[in-house]
Structures are given as structure tokens and as C-alpha cells.
Design a protein around this ligand. Structure first.
Ligand SMILES: [Mg+2]
Length: 310
């Protein structure tokens, strides 16, 4: 497709709309900032997915958020009136499990992540180390006892950890000195939108500390990770990436991921990116093919009742 300025899906002509709708069979969609934000749901977002499913499009949700479980996610969808099967939700903890199985990983894993994230790995049979989970005494002696550990750790995994501490990062770095120890990242978001106009530091900068200190690139199983793209394409048997539409609210995660995988991309303005930020973006890796106010616009695009305020 010719790359120009992204078009609002409701400003397409009849003919362009038809061609766009016919141009994809599968939708990969982000969740946070698209279906709901931290506290509120995006009005009528679920209507967009229902319309896509009625139009015969296959919908899979690909989130970077492993802090909540798939079950919690499915229940929240259910409350909004959309039936989503657990297999329709992909998140980094689960993608890492699939990846570790693919490479027949064996060995101890040191994890910096949330409790639900660690539970997914434990349930898959992996043996984990974590911590320290309490403050250490402020002395090099005490620090040394905490971070120098002779256990044969062969992978360090980092995702969102609300209780991330310097001793955890230092300990991870020590394990990474072993030439066979893998560095695996889940979510690498540099900023996390938590409220309108408020972004907090995401897990990305902390993962970058380990990349920089170890001199090792991370294998990334969250968006926009290359390893996640390869895994999804293989597991979902995607043979024509251009017939996939990636929907999301973040340029650096969703749009970059979609473009990297060769998918079409649709940015929605209901989450972490404003129209001004979209219009200011010039990097071809980050400019989407299309945009919409919210995913509810997709229902209208597909010929269902228009939004009430239009
Ligand atoms: Mg999002």
C-alpha cells in the first residue's frame, strides 16, 4: 500500500471503505486504551468487535498486560457484553511460556515480574527464583550476599514489577554474566498511560538497564518484540500478514509491532495517543495506515448504527 497520511476510517469514501473491509480477515487488537482504560470502559468499544465478528473477521487480543490474569480479562469482557474465549487473549507471560517450550528451555529462571505473571510460568512447570522481597541492610556485605548467587540460572525474565528494587536488577545482572543465560523481556512499554494525560514509567527503561549492563539484547515477547511477532505468525498460521489488521492506542507498541510484522495498522485515539501526537509523528515505523476516534467507529464503518453524537 502507498504510504501517505493516515486516514480516519469514517472519512473513507464508500468504495475505499469496501476495499478496506475486504482487505483483512483477521484483527489483532490491543486491550488497554482500546477496550477500556484503567478505570473506565471505552463507550461502545465492544460493539466494534461484535461487528467485526459478525462480518466474519477473526479477532484475537494481544495485550502487553500480564498483571491481570486471562480469566479476569475474559470476565471483564463478559461484563461489557462481549464473549471472548481464553484462547483469544495473548499476553507476555503466556507468550514467554510458548517461546520457552519452542526452544526446549530447561533450567532455573530468575524473574522480575508481578505475582500473576510468575503464576503462569509456575503453572507451566518452570522453576523460578525471585526477590529479595524485603529491604536489605545498607552495606556492601549485605548487598553481596543478596546478589551473588551460585544457583544455575539460565534465563532472566523482566516484566512489570510494582516492587522492583535495585538489588533485584543487580542480582539479575550477575546471572546474566553466564554466557548461556538468556535475557527475556515481556512488556517493554517506556511509558504507561494511567489517566488522561498522565503517563508513568513503564517496564521498558528497567529492562534497558539490564540490556545495557549485560551487553546482551533481550528476546522480547511483548509488543513490539520481534520474537512475539514470529511466535504469533507461526501459532496463528498467518500466511498473508498484509491481510491482518493490528488495532491499538500506542504508536511505539501497537503500530510499530504491526508495521514490523507486515500487518495493516489502525490507531484508536481512546488511550495513550492524542490526535496531535499522531499528526506530529513522522517515523514511517510509527505512522499507522488508518486511525479512528475509538474502536466503536469500526461498527459504523461496517454499516451498523452510527455513534449517537454524530
Ligand atoms: Mg494499549
Amino acid at each position: 500500500m502507498e504510504r501517505g497520511k493516515p486516514q480516519h476510517i469514517l472519512q473513507l469514501s464508500e468504495e475505499q471503505r469496501r476495499r478496506f473491509v475486504d482487505s483483512f480477515d483477521r484483527v489483532l487488537s490491543d486491550i488497554d486504551g482500546v477496550v477500556w482504560n484503567v478505570e473506565s470502559s471505552v463507550p461502545r468499544a465492544v460493539d466494534g468487535y461484535a461487528a467485526l465478528q459478525r462480518a466474519g473477521k477473526d479477532v484475537v487480543f494481544v495485550t502487553n498486560n500480564s498483571v491481570r490474569t486471562v480469566d479476569q480479562c475474559v470476565r471483564r469482557f463478559e461484563k461489557l457484553g462481549l464473549h471472548v474465549a481464553p484462547q483469544q487473549v495473548w499476553h507476555p507471560a503466556q507468550s514467554i511460556v510458548l517461546y520457552l517450550r519452542d526452544i526446549q528451555f530447561e533450567g532455573l529462571i530468575y524473574v522480575i515480574a508481578s505475582a500473576p505473571f510468575k503464576a503462569v510460568l509456575r503453572e507451566a512447570g518452570y522453576q523460578l527464583l525471585d526477590g529479595p522481597n524485603e529491604f536489605i541492610e545498607e552495606s556492601y556485605d549485605s548487598l553481596a550476599k543478596t546478589i551473588f548467587d551460585r544457583q544455575p540460572v539460565r534465563a532472566v525474565i523482566i516484566d512489570v514489577d510494582f516492587n522492583l528494587t535495585s538489588p533485584k536488577l543487580l542480582r539479575a545482572h550477575m546471572y546474566l554474566r553466564h554466557p548461556e543465560c538468556l535475557l527475556i523481556g515481556g512488556a517493554t512499554d517506556r511509558l504507561l498511560p494511567v489517566a488522561k494525560g498522565v503517563n508513568i514509567i513503564g517496564p521498558g527503561p528497567f529492562a534497558s538497564i539490564l540490556v545495557e549492563a549485560s551487553g546482551q539484547q533481550a528476546l522480547t515477547l511483548g509488543k513490539p518484540g520481534r520474537e512475539l511477532g514470529e511466535l504469533l505468525i507461526k501459532r496463528l498460521k498467518i500466511s498473508e500478514p498484509h491481510r491482518v489488521l493490528m488495532v491499538g492506542d500506542m504508536l511505539a507498541q501497537d503500530i510499530r509491532f504491526g508495521r514490523q510484522c507486515g500487518f495493516q495498522t489502525l490507531l484508536v485515539l481512546s488511550g495513550g495517543c492524542s490526535l496531535e501526537q499522531l499528526q506530529a509523528e513522522t517515523s514511517p515505523d510509527l505512522v499507522p495506515d488508518y486511525y479512528a476516534d475509538t474502536v466503536a467507529d469500526v461498527a459504523q464503518l461496517l454499516g451498523e448504527e452510527p455513534k449517537s453524537h454524530v
